[in-house]
Design a protein around this ligand. Structure first.
Ligand SMILES: Cc1ncc(COP(=O)(O)O)c(C=O)c1O
Length: 373
C-alpha cells in the first residue's frame, strides 16, 4: 500500500514554478545567470565570500576533499552515524575514513572522541550537523587549529541552523550542502560548497566543470575534472526556496513543537530536544528513540499498515554490507552509534504536515509502543 502520510515532501509554490518556467523561455539552461545569482545568494545568506553550486551533496563532499588535496595516505575523521556518502567520498579520493563516536544527546561527533582519533596521518575533520542540530563548532575549530587539520562541515541537513548566532556552513574551511527533495531547501537534485578562500572557490569551479579554466575554450581541460554542474533550472528553483527559507523553517519548527506536545505522554519514548543551548535548530527530520524493549521493525510495520511512512535515520556506516566487505569494519566498535541507531525512528515530517496528520501518527505510535509491552 502506498503510504498516505509520506516521510517527507517538498514545498513547491507557484513562485518556484514561475521561476523555473522563466528559465525555460531563455536559451541558457546551464552556466547562465541563475547559477551566478543562486551562488551569490547562498554566499550572502551564510556571510561567506564564495559559494559554488554542484549537482548533489555527494558531489560537493567529493570536490571538497579534492580541493583540499586530500588523497592516498591521508586520514579523515568522520561519524559513522551519518549518511553513507560522508565516508564513501573519503574512500573515493583514496584516503582513509576514521570513524569517531558521537555525543548521545546531540548525535553529533563528540569532540573528545575526535581528538582521540587523531594520528600523524590525519588531514581533516569532516563533521556533520546531524538532523540540523549544529555541532560544537568552537571545540572543533580549536581542535583543527591545534592539530593543523582542515575542517569540512557537512551542512547538508542544516541550512539555516546557527551556533552562537553564526550559521552552520560558515565555520569550516569548506562547507557542503545538499538539496535533495527531503531537505529544508530543494533544487530537485543539487548541492553547494561554501568557501572562504578564493583559491578554493576557483578550484571547485574548475573541477565541477570538467577541469576547464574559467576563460578556457569548451574543449580545453587543464585538469581531470567532473561534470558536477547544477542547471539554471535547478538554481532558479533554489533561489526562490532560499528566499522562502525563513518561512519554511518556521513551519518545520512549529511541526516539531506539535509532535512534542502530542508524543510527550508515550511512556519511555525519547523525543528530540526542542532547544539545545547555544544552537538554533534547523529541523530536517523528526527522529524519536523507541524504548529498548520495543521492536522497531514491528513498530514500522504497524504504522505502515495505517499508511504512515517512517525511516531508520541513520543506519551506521560501519555496519553497511559494503563497508564490512571493503574496510573490514565490525560491530561493537562504536557502541553509542550502534545503540542509538537501533532505537531511532524518523516520523513523517515536512513543511505542510497538518495537525490532523500528526495526530494520526501520534495515535498509531502510542498504540504500537503500548502493545509492545
Ligand atoms: C549528512 C549528509 N551528507 C551528504 C548527503 C548527500 O547528499 P545528496 O543526496 O544530495 O548527494 C546527505 C543527503 O542525504 C546527508 O544527509
Amino acid at each position: 500500500m502506498n503510504p498516505s502520510i509520506p516521510l517527507s515532501s517538498p514545498d513547491i509554490t507557484e513562485a518556484e514554478i514561475a521561476a523555473v518556467t522563466a528559465v525555460l523561455r531563455t536559451p541558457q539552461l546551464s552556466l547562465g545567470p541563475e547559477l551566478h545569482a543562486f551562488e551569490q545568494a547562498l554566499a550572502a545568506y551564510h556571510a561567506v565570500p564564495h559559494a559554488v553550486a554542484v549537482s548533489s551533496g555527494t558531489a560537493g563532499l567529493h570536490l571538497a576533499l579534492l580541493t583540499l588535496g586530500i588523497g592516498e595516505g591521508d586520514e579523515v575523521i568522520v561519524p559513522s552515524f551519518a549518511f553513507v556518502a560522508v565516508a564513501n567520498t573519503v574512500l573515493q579520493v583514496r584516503a582513509t575514513p576514521v570513524f569517531a563516536e558521537i555525543d548521545p544527546v546531540t548525535l553529533n561527533l563528540d569532540p573528545n572522541a575526535v581528538e582521540a582519533a587523531i594520528t600523524p596521518r590525519t588531514r581533516a575533520i569532516l563533521l556533520v550537523h546531524t538532523f540540523g542540530v549544529p555541532a560544537e563548532m568552537d571545540a572543533f575549530a580549536d581542535i583543527a587549529r591545534r592539530h593543523h587539520l582542515a575542517l569540512i562541515e557537512d551542512a547538508c541537513e542544516a541550512m539555516g541552523a546557527e551556533f552562537d548566532g553564526r550559521r552552520a556552513g560558515s565555520f569550516g574551511d569548506l562547507a557542503v550542502f545538499g538539496f535533495y527533495p527531503n531537505k529544508q531547501l530543494t533544487t530537485g537534485e543539487g548541492g553547494a560548497v561554501l568557501a572562504r578562500n578564493a583559491g578554493h572557490a576557483d578550484r571547485l569551479r574548475l573541477l565541477r566543470n570538467q577541469g576547464r579554466a574559467p576563460s578556457a575554450d569548451w574543449l580545453d581541460h587543464a585538469e581531470i575534472g567532473y561534470n558536477y554542474r547544477l542547471s539554471d533550472l535547478a538554481c532558479a528553483l533554489g533561489r526562490v526556496q532560499l528566499a522562502r527559507l525563513e518561512e519554511m523553517l518556521r513551519m518545520r519548527r512549529e511541526a516539531a513543537e506539535r509532535y512534542h506536545a502530542l508524543l510527550a505522554s508515550i511512556p519511555r519514548l525519547e523525543l528530540p530536544q526542542l532547544t539545545v543551548p547555544r544552537r538554533t535548530i534547523s529541523w530536517f527530520v523528526y527522529v524519536v528513540r523507541l524504548p529498548h524493549n520495543v521492536d522497531r521493525e514491528r513498530t514500522r510495520a504497524a504504522l505502515a499498515e495505517r499508511g504512515i511512512a517512517t525511516g531508520r535515520y541513520f543506519a551506521p556506516i560501519h555496519l553497511q554490507p559494503a563497508w564490512r566487505a571493503i574496510a573490514g569494519t565490525s560491530a561493537d566498535a562504536w557502541p553509542i552509534t550502534e545503540s542509538v541507531a537501533r532505537q531511532t525512528l524518523a516520523l513523517p515530517f515536512f513543511n505542510r504536515i497538518t495537525p490532523g496528520q500528526q495526530q494520526l501518527v501520534a495515535d498509531a505510535l502510542h498504540e504500537a509502543v503500548s502493545s509492545s509491552r
